[in-house]
Design a protein around this ligand. Structure first.
Ligand code: SF4
Length: 327
């Protein structure tokens, strides 16, 4: 591990200025991903700016929804009464991720920012365009079992590893950020990027911008929801495929649908086509199966992740069946 300087910041503006002044400085919150990256030599920061003293832990009702502070821990969010009551899909997704110990440390802002778990990204002896732009992609012709089905490029076929992000996509969250010159809001669908020619950029956040909160708009998806995660070990593993499914049902009639997948793309993957197909239909296995087929249009597998072409639509079908059967 490289030696680095450590600063504890008590004001957002001061923390941001530290990053403005030092190009190799990073914010430190829960550290559950960052410290691993430093230990493995993937990141070599010269300074860590600890932001844990900033007043960003609150979870509160706001006009038209819920505001979650960027430093709220994953456990605090998943256990919060308002989340359980109004956004149970988010609680399910968070509880599907990591271990209780990690969920106690990990913050919402950090979870949004977590890096891919592609093995070649973590192995500094291997080529990886995300870690070292221009070095190549070890996974493209390597062991790509965990990798993408949608939106990949020749430069990178990695997937976003977060469960929480899948639910936040389905719930149309909005990320509030503070920068050195201005504050801004980023729709969650615009926050994460596809790899294109610049896989080193995971998202659209500027390096000196700080996540302040994540807002969830009010919705009617609080009953028929299910987060399904398929993984190698139930105890602790990243998703091979995950599905966030939410239905607004009037009897059997589908008045609204939200669907997103994890483990399939460089960003959490919203299934707009399948959602549109479901609107106005009568819920049932046949309709769900057709929606899953639509969701898979355009999927492209690699040598070792062909199984995902079958696993993904089956997971969508199962998630929708479970969501519709609740309540
Ligand atoms: Fe790196 Fe992306 Fe290729 Fe993995 S898939 S080796 S993260 S460039």
């Amino acid at each position: 591990m490289n030696p680095f300087q450590y600063t504890r910041s008590s004001a957002a503006s001061g923390a941001i200025q530290s990053l403005v002044k030092e190009p190799q400085a990073h914010f430190l919150a829960g550290g559950t991903n960052l410290i691993d990256l430093i230990k493995m030599g993937v990141l070599r920061p010269e300074r860590l700016v600890d932001i844990n003293a900033l007043p960003l832990r609150g979870i509160e009702a706001i006009a038209g929804g819920l505001r979650i502070g960027a430093l709220a821990s994953n456990s605090e969010v998943a256990d919060h009464p308002l989340v359980l009551q109004d956004y149970p899909l988010l609680a399910q997704a968070i509880n599907a991720g990591a271990s209780p110990q990690l969920r106690n440390m990990a913050t919402v802002g950090g979870n949004i920012m977590q890096r891919t778990r592609c093995n070649y990204f973590f192995d500094t002896a291997m080529p990886c365009n995300k870690r070292s732009p221009g070095s190549g992609c070890g996974a493209l012709d390597g062991y790509n079992r965990m990798h993408a089905l949608f939106g990949a490029s020749e430069k990178c076929i990695a997937v976003n590893p977060s469960d929480m992000n899948v639910a936040l996509t389905a719930l149309e969250a909005v990320v509030h950020v503070k920068g050195p010159k201005r504050d801004r809001k980023i729709a969650f669908s615009d926050f994460h990027r596809l790899p294109g020619d610049h896989p080193e950029k995971d998202n659209t956040l500027e390096r000196t911008e700080l996540i302040i909160s994540v807002d969830l708009p009010a919705n009617s998806f609080n009953r028929h929801v299910h987060y399904l995660k398929v993984r190698d070990r139930t105890s602790f593993a990243f998703a091979l495929i995950s599905v966030a499914a939410a239905l607004d049902l009037e009897g059997d009639k589908i008045k609204g649908a939200r669907l997103a997948m994890g483990g399939v793309a460089h960003k959490p993957w919203r299934l707009h086509g399948a959602e549109a197909f479901l609107l106005g239909k009568t819920s049932g296995e046949d309709v769900f199966r057709q929606a899953a087929r639509i969701a898979m249009q355009g999927a492209k597998a690699y040598k070792y992740n062909q199984f995902k072409l079958t696993l993904a639509p089956n997971a969508i079908l199962q998630a929708l069946k479970t969501a519709s059967s609740l309540g």
